[in-house]
Design a protein around this ligand. Structure first.
Ligand code: AMP
Length: 116
């Protein structure tokens, strides 16, 4: 059984967060340390620690994360100019919180995909 992170508490509204979307499958909230004018995290309500833990039965859930990303990008007014979706996995990917999350980043040109 995977260990809960602070994101489970955000889903259950036990700690404050700027939640911009929630349904029966996913929750989205603004990143506490935004790296771009729009920086939203889209997470499954179910605890899946990393991409390595995604199972076949999670296909619809993973799809919902993309559908919500598309809706939020439109709401944020960044859909036309463009944006970036990032999912970090484990230490080489730079993952800090072990509850899978999709970063939605936009609102300015984001530069090259990788620093090096
Ligand atoms: P990652 O490095 O992909 O695991 O990203 C974790 C992200 O979670 C970082 O961008 C953090 O700024 C963000 N974060 C951590 N704690 C919170 C929180 N309580 N509310 C909102 N965002 C958070």
């Amino acid at each position: 059984m995977a260990e809960e992170t602070i994101f489970s508490k955000i889903i259950r509204k036990e700690i404050p967060a700027d939640v911009v979307y929630q349904d029966e499958l996913v929750t989205a909230f603004r990143d506490i340390n935004p790296r771009a004018p729009s920086h939203i995290l889209i997470i499954p309500n179910k605890l899946i620690p990393t991409v390595n833990d995604v199972n076949d039965e999670d296909e619809a859930l993973m799809g919902r994360m993309f559908v919500v990303a598309r809706k939020l990008a439109k709401e944020e007014g960044i859909a036309e100019d463009g944006y970036r979706l990032i999912v970090n996995c484990n230490s080489h990917g730079g993952q800090e919180v072990y509850h899978i999350h999709m970063h939605l980043l936009g609102g300015r040109p984001l530069g090259p995909m990788l620093m090096s």
